[in-house]
Design a protein around this ligand. Sequence first.
Ligand code: FAD
Ligand code: FES
Length: 342
Amino acid sequence: VSDIIRGQFQTSVLANQPLCDEHWRLTVGVAAAAGFPPTAPGQFIQLSCGPGLDDLPDIELDWPARGFPSLRSAQLHQRTAMLRRPFSLAGRRDRSDGSVELDIIHRVVGAGTEYLSTRQPGDALSLIGPLGNRFPLPGEGETALLIGGGVGIPPMLYLAAALAGRQAGQSREGEAREAGEAGGAAVAAVAFAGALRRSLLPLNLIAEPHPHATRPSACVEEFARYQIPTVIATDDGSAGCRGFVTQALEAYLDAHAGEPAILYTCGPEPMMKRVAALAAQRRLICHVAIERAMACGMGTCQSCCIKVRKPDPAATPLPGRQWAWRLACTDGPVFPADTLLW
Ligand SMILES: Cc1cc2nc3c(=O)[nH]c(=O)nc-3n(C[C@H](O)[C@H](O)[C@H](O)COP(=O)(O)OP(=O)(O)OC[C@H]3O[C@@H](n4cnc5c(N)ncnc54)[C@H](O)[C@@H]3O)c2cc1C
Ligand code: FES
């Protein structure tokens, strides 16, 4: 999206709280003077996840003549995330003094996220953003189905806030205001959240989720605050429906056959492929947020290529080639599901 302004910003950690066994909610603040640009659900940031190069301790290596230092050196094996890591925006609050608070929810899987989990209020983190495109909002009369699995749940929280119909930046005097805070969803929406088990669900359950997918309920605080009911699915049945979130979605779609709906999904690719297939079977539009591993996040390194259908096969430069490469970071991360060749 060419009109997106991005930049590098210094942030200060405001809060960092564990949400479940492996997920943390990290809130960072950007000062008013920095002028953080507008953002939208689907976009992401690249966050520094280790000490800057200047802060790394010097390493003294014993370099023998006509040889190499021992690669067994413990210092060389120290796990440090040198590159920034991409994270979807899970929420944004614009304060009346012009400063901005950004939420990300991250799962600790390696050196970078381990580092993030140890950050304390007041610590500095550098980010580049906002990056990528955004989820198109639903059309008139369409029910938005928000389907998130694991680390794909965070962008659904920001989307839920946007669906609640208030723009980020509408601040009450002296208070932070989240997009859509305490507002009813301006469009009908149902959230679906999947996890391996309850203790890996990065959400605040305020009531026992219903065990049947056809009965979404106000069980998740983060969605209920926008009057969006939720279906929870866990592989082991420890919360909500037993099984995959896609099975819950299928049961729901069967029970609501023929009703206009638009699907939004983010999570593991096998899950999203199944969501896309369920949408295609029912001729429903589905938008997919791809979370391929990314090095730069800005279209430079070409590490995040994904194959898409050519919208106009007549324009293909190679006869017979009906597909093209796109970059998940700049052309996406959000793609219409029926364009992806994955
Ligand atoms: C656009 C985008 C948005 C994302 N949003 C979130 C988010 O909101 N919350 C969140 O927890 N994570 C998110 N991720 C994934 C997150 O960037 C990675 O988990 C993170 O980079 C891991 O860094 P690390 O140093 O802790 O782990 P590393 O040591 O770099 O990796 C640990 C393990 O995870 C694997 N891995 C790393 N990145 C990915 C990836 N993108 N997909 C699959 N496997 C991967 C590695 O291969 C390795 O096996 C997002 C990724 C993208 C591209
Ligand atoms: S992450 Fe570098 S080009 Fe996409």
